[in-house]
Design a protein around this ligand. Structure first.
Ligand SMILES: *Cc1c(COP(=O)(O)O)cnc(C)c1O
Length: 414
């Protein structure tokens, strides 16, 4: 083994065999049923799905108003109002509302100066959009492991890994194996729980990486008193139908950097140079601006946000209560020093558990209760299989032990 391979082998500490958990068929059925009945005690008969939106406020009124105004597309007062409500809520100096979270990530990477052919570090546990956005920017996702505590990017593991596989060359961090520059890192706040941003920013500074926070799942989550997405230079939110609030489809970019915000807004609107009637465009832009009709829904949803967050927390407590006597499982809780939005409730099976993740999922689905696994680690999905990756034992382990539970807000008041 050469030195490089030895270091890589040393990094693969405690590799967890894929299907190591032997099941005890005697304990089986009863064990699974006791977990399922605890889930049912909170989720009911399963009529509420995994994460369904609630339109209990001014949604209809604002949508009708938007239609009546004739301004349904990318120019309109609801877009400006939605941005200012988001700024007020998150504390961001600037907010740019766009068509969806994926495009928000794409635009942000472009605006940060990530260039085609470069590599961008992405946690192996994320929704595929994080890695897709990197590819949309012409760059290559490079997967790294997550932390057992936060379930988000593990800055210590990244530090060790980069020290082993990368070198500084002419002011760039270069992957010795691929020869490509590693230019940025995209921490993601998994299921709404804040990642260790202090650690991420330290690593990013030490290795000269740009930071983009994927806060798509964490509207209403804080590190100390800083809203997620605003710890680094840029952060991204999503308002897809299953997120904390929805605009149908939508996303937003949060930043304190006026220049960056201006450039992102410009890029999102075809990079059109301001003029009374002439169509001139100073670079190749995108059609990524959020339409007014989506923003109308967003403004109404923002009015509901405090109630939604209170209910997500209440739902978490109900699940904790339901599982309080079962020591083979634990609910994903809140890290010290952070505030979570509890976007998606998650159950962690004990590593010694006789019951497998698939037993729980298949059992629940058979009873019409919508549960889901964590995303398949992105370095194992076909679309990104050929991308470079660090060893990701923690990602694989979480993937095998986490079950996402019904998290529709309506369940909090059942
Ligand atoms: C939802 C989500 C996105 C963006 O999704 P869109 O559907 O494009 O709005 C990005 N990253 C993560 C982690 C997400 O969960």
């Amino acid at each position: 083994m050469n030195g490089f391979a030895t270091t890589l082998a040393a990094l693969a500490i405690n590799p967890i065999p894929m299907w190591s958990k032997q099941m005890d068929p005697r304990a089986d059925a009863q064990d699974i049923e006791s977990i399922l009945s605890a889930i049912r005690s909170v989720s009911g008969d399963g009529t509420a799905g995994l994460h369904e939106p609630v339109f209990a406020g001014n949604e209809r009124a604002y949508l009708v108003d938007c239609l009546d105004s004739g301004f349904v597309s990318s120019v309109g007062e609801y877009v400006t109002q939605f941005e200012s409500e988001l700024a007020k809520f998150t504390g961001a100096s600037h907010v740019v509302a766009v068509t969806n979270g994926t495009n928000a990530l794409h635009l942000s990477l472009v605006a940060l100066g990530v260039k085609p052919g470069q590599e961008v570090l992405v946690p192996a546990i994320s929704f595929v959009a994080t890695a897709n956005a990197v590819a949309h920017a012409g760059a290559v996702p490079h997967f790294v492991d997550v932390s057992t505590e936060t379930w988000g990017l593990d800055p210590q593991a990244v530090r060790t890994y980069l020290s082993a596989i990368a070198v500084q060359r002419d002011g760039n961090l270069v992957n010795r194996e691929t020869g490509r520059t590693i230019s940025a890192i995209v921490p993601m706040h998994t299921l709404g729980h804040p990642v260790d941003m202090t650690g991420v920013i330290e690593v990013a500074q030490d290795f000269g990486l740009k930071v983009l926070e994927d806060a798509a799942e964490s509207l209403g989550s804080y590190i100390g008193d800083i809203h997620t997405g605003l710890v680094g230079r840029l952060g991204v939110l999503s308002f897809n139908g299953n997120k904390t609030i929805t605009t149908g489809g939508g996303g937003a970019i949060l930043t304190h950097d006026a220049e960056l915000a201006h450039r992102i807004k410009h890029l999102s609107t075809t990079a059109k140079s301001p003029h009374r009637f002439e169509f001139d465009h100073d670079e190749i832009g995108y059609n990524y601006r959020m339409p007014n009709i989506n923003a109308a829904l967003g403004v109404a949803q923002m009015e509901q946000l405090p109630g939604i967050l209170a209910n997500q927390r209440k739902l978490y407590r109900k699940y904790v209560q339901a599982f309080r006597t079962d020591h083979r499982v634990s609910m994903r809780g809140e890290q010290a020093g952070t505030l979570s939005n509890f976007w998606l409730q998650a159950l962690l099976l004990d590593s010694q558990s006789q019951v497998s993740r698939n037993d729980v999922i298949e059992g629940a689905l058979a009873q019409n209760i919508t549960v889901r696994p964590l995303w398949k680690p992105l370095n194992t999905v076909a679309a990104h299989y050929s991308s470079p990756s660090a060893p990701t034992p923690v990602a694989q382990d979480l993937y095998e032990r986490v079950v996402c539970l019904p998290s529709s807000v309506s369940l909090a008041s059942k």
